[in-house]
Design a protein around this ligand. Structure first.
Ligand SMILES: *[C@@H]1O[C@H](CO)[C@@H](O)[C@H](O)[C@H]1NC(C)=O
Ligand SMILES: *[C@@H]1O[C@H](CO)[C@@H](O)[C@H](O)[C@H]1NC(C)=O
Length: 351
């Protein structure tokens, strides 16, 4: 029954597109950004590392999750909102020729409780500059109205001053994915859509259909990776009959799932359609797994400790920081490569 309804809807959509949208179709093909598997396996490591609670290890990029494909990365800004238990960093990845920004997901005592709460998030905030676009105020505020936004913008502008025009890549897992999306949107409005790309992992829905359309126009280079039966991308719930009144994902989903043939198992990466709610991707299965939420590409996502909002920091680190009245802080530093360049450089300046 539902299937039949979908088929008629798809036919209707095809007819519409077929009759009016040929120009658009070709245009989209040219501009449609390509999914890059290698890049996904790199960015997932950044999204995993930002969960590390030892800030000294994170700031100096010596943490247990700071090896592998992210080796050599330099953090230039680390933002910690102690009040709301948020954490993010900005840094420069030489090998990607990019500024990388990563947001930590929620660090509640129980991820289960956090996920259950997702069922009840209201679309209660009109996203500025987007007609009829609605989002959840909590997701939006976590990025925009905490120390996080100013810390990130400060880090990005310093990186650009030092390194010139680098691409900006924004990533995050779970709630961190929601924040990454709002940050990507913000940065694309400031620095231009071409310079910003977003890749999230196991991200919940954050707004309605009008918001999703707006988002995909401003940040077209966005991939939303989902994994098998991960619950979180299924939440808050989507109701296909009320796309404006309820939540709707933005494109483009990439769904990771396994196909088993006897005891051979293949991991498949399915690049989904540009609707944001491809019925043949993660929506084709039930979202009933927390375990699938906590691993992406075999990388462990989530906290390295079980205690809520634990922060470990060497006292010496405080000298890098600005602390506000609530104990929230941002640690900043000049990248060592810059110091190197400056010291090397008799050729730089002769004025
Ligand atoms: C994919 O990303 C990697 C890492 O940034 C890069 O080296 C490679 O050239 C990219 N591939 C394509 C096809 O763009
Ligand atoms: C987002 O934050 C900036 C300050 O960082 C503020 O000027 C702006 O009004 C905020 N946007 C909304 C919609 O609250």
């Amino acid at each position: 029954m539902e299937r039949r309804w979908w088929i008629s809807l798809l036919i209707a959509i095809c007819l519409c597109v077929g009759s009016s949208g040929r120009g658009l179709e070709t245009k989209q093909k040219v501009h449609s950004p390509l999914y890059n598997h290698t890049l996904a396996t790199i960015l997932v490591e950044y999204a995993s590392a930002v969960y590390i609670s030892d800030l000294t290890d994170l700031f100096t990029w010596t943490c247990s999750r700071c090896n592998g494909l992210t080796k050599g990365f330099e953090v230039i800004e680390l933002v910690v909102d102690v009040q709301n238990c948020l954490q993010a960093f900005v840094g420069v990845a030489d090998d990607l020729d990019a500024i990388v920004i990563a947001f930590r997901g929620t660090q509640e005592t129980s991820i289960q409780n956090w996920i259950e709460d997702l069922f009840w998030k209201q679309l209660d905030f009109d996203y500025p500059g987007c007609t009829d676009g609605k989002v959840h105020h909590g997701f939006f505020n976590a990025y925009n109205n905490t120390i996080v936004r100013s810390g990130i913008l400060d880090g990005v502008s310093r990186a650009k001053e030092i390194y010139g025009d680098l691409k900006i890549m924004v990533t995050g897992h779970s709630m961190g994915g929601a924040m990454a999306a709002f940050c990507g949107l913000d940065l694309a409005l400031i620095y231009g859509s071409k310079n910003v790309q977003v890749m999230t992992f196991g991200q919940p829905r954050i707004g309605n259909a009008a918001f999703a359309t707006y988002y995909s126009e401003v940040v077209p280079n966005t991939f939303r990776v989902t994994h098998e039966h991960d619950m979180v991308p299924h939440l808050p719930p989507y109701y296909q009959f009320f796309p404006q009144k309820t939540y709707h994902h933005f494109p483009r989903e990439v769904w990771l799932y396994n196909i088993g043939l006897g005891f051979l198992i293949y991991e498949v990466e399915k690049i989904c359609d540009d609707s944001g709610e491809d019925p043949d991707c993660s929506r084709s299965v039930s979202g009933n797994s927390i375990t699938d939420h906590l691993t992406y590409f075999g990388v462990e996502m989530g906290c390295d400790t079980s205690s809520k909002c634990r922060i470990v920091m060497a006292p010496s680190l405080a000298s890098y920081g600005k602390v506000d009245d609530y104990g929230n802080f941002a640690l900043s530093r000049v990248p060592s490569k810059f110091i190197l360049k400056k010291n090397e450089g008799p050729e730089i300046s002769d004025q």
